[in-house]
Design a protein. Structure first.
Length: 375
């Protein structure tokens, strides 16, 4: 079966598409990014509709207090892209769309006989919000006020679900969430993500210098960085370094200001994939303590380099963790558990040998009826 994709930004589906192209199984990649930005290989079937994306990401460069509301900008971007793809969609096989971006695309697909696949980059919205809301309450804030969800948007998401023939997820975490929402297991494809083998090259030796802990992602309350900072206060982290990769957010600034641990905090900002790949070579462990994380692409990227990972039990990439060999899984919010896991790796350095190629993801996608290992 040919697989086509539609996505406003590359995220995981662009890598899926590249791997499928190598196997002769890609229909078309409908992109919200301009072709020159992605620079796909010769012969890659791609159609770009990108002007709203360019505006949205251009505004992201403005300081947080000056730019328009993020959620509103991205919904405007997604809605326009969806309408554009619906007008040009053609082909056979199936079309993958991301939640919030594919209502009109799925309607068009139904008209021309294409199978519709809702490809989930996150869990169901209601469950996502229920998991994240307590973090806002901890800061004396309301998630509904900070990130209001309009009724029309909820209705749009439900319509997309109703039009989806199948659901593609990267983890058993999201699979289980979908099943709780009434989706039958037979309609769910579990396809873990991979990492670019050339970009995230496997290291063969452990890094030298001070013990370096990495956190990667937008520094929002959802990511649980509060618990990592507290964990570093609960252990003798003197001489360590915490390297934070990703956009800083005002909502977590109080957590950083309150931090009194021994580890030096180094803010690295938002890096390109190539820059992040190089930076990982010098990290000893990556910690992703998220309140909600459908997968966590940075985890598989770190593991591919050889960096062990400590993740919360709400992170989908926990499916890739082998206790004591590739890292640890800790209960969300367990500060002492994070401290113990980080300390264990500091005492017993790990060089992860596992590899996570994207072509394995493509193989699984081409055989969605194969049984998935159950918990």
């Amino acid at each position: 079966m040919k697989h086509s994709f539609a996505a406003t930004n590359p995220c995981h589906v662009y890598d899926m598409a590249l791997a499928l192209q190598d196997k002769g199984a890609l229909g078309c990649y409908y992109s919200g990014y301009p072709r020159w930005r992605l620079n796909p290989p010769a012969g890659f079937p791609m159609v770009s509709r990108s002007w709203r994306t360019l505006i949205t990401y251009g505004l992201q460069r403005c300081p947080e207090q000056l730019r328009p509301d993020d959620a509103r900008m991205f919904r405007w971007q997604d809605k326009g892209f969806d309408a554009a793809v619906a007008n040009i969609l053609q082909g056979e096989g199936c079309i993958h769309g991301l939640p919030g971006q594919c209502l009109e695309t799925f309607k068009a697909a139904r008209r021309i006989g294409m199978t519709t696949v809702l490809n989930h980059a996150s869990g169901p919205m209601k469950q996502w919000r229920a998991l994240v809301a307590p973090e806002y309450e901890r800061m004396g804030r309301s998630l509904d006020e900070a990130m209001p969800l309009p009724d029309w948007y909820e209705e749009r998401l439900q319509e997309e679900w109703d039009l989806a023939d199948y659901h593609c997820v990267a983890s058993t975490v999201v699979r289980d969430q979908l099943m709780q929402e009434g989706v039958s297991q037979e309609k769910i494809w579990v396809v873990p993500y991979g990492a670019d083998q050339e970009l995230f090259q496997k290291r063969t030796t452990l890094p030298e210098g001070p013990f370096k802990v990495a956190f990667a992602g937008r520094q929002s309350l959802r990511k649980g960085i509060h618990y990592l900072l507290k964990a570093l206060e609960h252990t003798d982290s003197t001489g360590w370094e915490l390297h934070c990769f990703g956009m800083e957010f005002a909502e977590t600034q109080p957590d950083f200001e309150a931090y009194k641990g021994g580890a030096k905090v180094v803010q690295r900002g938002s890096l390109s994939q190539a820059e992040f790949a190089r930076a990982l070579q010098d990290m000893d462990v990556l910690v992703l303590p998220s309140a909600e994380e459908a997968f966590g692409l940075v985890v598989v990227q770190a593991l591919q380099v050889g960096v062990p990972c400590i993740v919360s039990d709400r992170v989908g990439a926990k499916d890739l963790i082998r206790e004591g060999q590739t890292g640890s899984v800790v209960t969300f919010g367990d500060v002492e558990g994070i401290a113990e896991a980080v300390g264990s790796i500091e005492n017993n350095r790990i060089l992860v040998a596992d590899r996570f190629p994207w072509d394995k993801c493509a193989e699984q996608l081409l055989e969605p009826d194969n049984p998935v290992e159950q918990d």
